[in-house]
Design a protein around this ligand. Structure first.
Ligand SMILES: Cc1cc2nc3c(=O)[nH]c(=O)nc-3n(C[C@H](O)[C@H](O)[C@H](O)COP(=O)(O)OP(=O)(O)OC[C@H]3O[C@@H](n4cnc5c(N)ncnc54)[C@H](O)[C@@H]3O)c2cc1C
Length: 409
């Protein structure tokens, strides 16, 4: 089903994923006339692990949607980090799993409830430019091209770069990584496996596997290569493109007993699907007069973990705040938005560095082995999850040297 867009609005947000809906909700709540356009009718599927970590909980809380999401989601008691040698450590944190089909629909409805108008079946074709300033967009609907005038346009179109390219904001077409997931129903295992599991193994090198238990006995299982683009281009490394994710998923089933149990005794729901990731706040220009880029289109997903739902909402909110604060001053809006994202960049860089755990799974062995013996290391891992602790410190040379020291409590 499609819903035609109006001819004009204050802010046109393109893309109704977590970034776009958060941005639209926030602006509409402040009384702005917002159109939230997406190429798809909702609810729609989005290839994802569906895992909600603490940053997503915080953003949902801010948006006033945490209660609704938590009531529908499967709450996980901890994140089980599992290494090649079979070591396991359970990292506590606020964790939940909800299929994106449902999560994104809750967010999209939240934006509508706040007053945004949702336009389904509208694909962003190109920006509408007058005198060098973006004054809206040309949206493609089944009836043809539809121009919409907007004081500001926010691109929240995710990891597929076509809209970025069309808007002249793409600096790098190649993704930072790729990941693949499927859904398997297995009510028997659901009674026993309640934590979110992430598994490192040398046979999954350059990536990791996951099993996330969702509602109604359905598991999200997948493998990902949330890999830095710079690293993937390194001469001594296999290129990400060389890696076959389907083979990697099959390998995951061979080496991790719960994955094997799912494959052998569970019921597949729909096909296995893959999608790209854009990480580390790289690969796109963030702003030009009349247009902001936010969410994964701006590279808002963390390298190393591939987590991006929370950061997509956070950056969407930052775009909304820059628009609210900057008023009619183009330069002020662009400068404020770029500055707030620049301030986040060091943290994203640390996740890029922490990515070496995916390259060298023995690091996961070491970390997990030590965390099982030292509650302070486990506490630090929980701090990384909650973002109160720096992930780089766990895998720098100094951090590693500290791991080798005798346990001190
Ligand atoms: C396999 C996989 C597993 C992942 N697992 C997790 C996980 O467990 N937890 C986590 O936090 N993150 C995970 N991520 C990352 C997460 O999916 C992204 O970070 C997040 O979806 C980014 O949100 P977004 O709103 O920026 O973009 P998206 O969620 O991709 O939303 C973009 C929206 O824009 C629309 N759109 C695109 N182009 C156009 C256009 N031209 N015109 C109109 N509309 C358009 C799309 O239809 C879509 O609705 C995973 C990613 C992958 C690929």
């Amino acid at each position: 089903m499609t819903s035609p867009p109006p001819d004009a609005c204050d802010v046109l947000v393109v893309g109704a994923g977590p970034a776009g809906s958060a941005c639209a909700l926030w602006l509409a709540r402040q009384g702005h006339a917002v159109v939230l356009a997406d190429q798809h009718a909702f609810p729609r599927d989005k290839v994802c692990g569906d895992g909600l970590i603490p940053d997503a909980h915080r953003a949902l809380q801010r948006l006033g949607l945490l209660r609704e999401v938590s009531a529908r989601a499967c709450i996980a008691p901890h994140l089980a980090c599992i290494s090649a040698l079979g070591g396991q450590v359970e990292v506590p944190g606020r964790l939940a799993v909800l299929p994106r089909r449902e999560l994104d629909d809750i967010l999209r409805r939240g934006a509508e409830d706040a007053g945004a108008r949702f336009a389904a079946g509208c694909r962003f074709d190109a920006p509408w430019v007058e005198d060098g300033r973006v004054v809206g967009a040309l949206l493609r609907t089944p009836d043809g091209q539809h121009p919409i005038r907007a004081r500001w346009t926010v691109l929240a179109t995710g990891a597929v770069p076509q809209a970025l390219i069309a808007a002249g904001m793409c600096e790098r077409r190649a993704p930072s990584g790729v990941a693949l997931r499927g859904y398997i129903r297995h009510p028997g295992l659901a009674e026993r496996l309640r934590s979110m599991q992430v598994v490192w193994h040398r046979r999954l090198r350059m990536g990791y596997g996951w099993i996330f238990p969702g509602p109604e006995g359905v598991f999200n299982i997948g493998v990902g290569l949330a890999h830095g683009h710079a690293r993937a281009d390194g001469p001594r490394r296999r290129s990400v493109a060389d890696l076959n994710l389907r083979e990697m998923l099959a390998t995951f089933g061979e080496l991790h007993p719960p994955a094997r149990e799912l494959f052998e005794g569970g019921q597949w729901l729909g096909p296995v699907k893959g999608a790209p990731l854009r990480c580390s706040l790289e690969g796109a220009e963030l702003a030009r007069p009349g247009l902001l880029v936010t969410g994964e289109a701006a590279g808002s997903t963390y390298a190393f973990t591939g987590e991006g739902i929370g950061k997509a909402m956070e950056t969407g909110l930052l775009a909304a705040e820059a628009l609210l604060a900057g008023g009619d001053d183009d330069a002020a809006v662009c400068e404020r938005y770029q500055a707030t994202l620049r301030a986040l960049k060091p943290r994203f860089d640390l996740y890029e560095r922490a990515n070496r755990v995916n390259d060298h799974p023995w690091l996961a062995d070491l970390l997990i082995w030590r965390a099982r013996r030292n509650p302070r290391i486990l506490q630090r891992m929980s701090g990384v999850l909650e973002e109160t602790h720096n992930p780089g410190q766990l895998v720098t040379l100094r951090g590693l040297a500290r791991l080798m020291l005798p346990v001190r409590n």
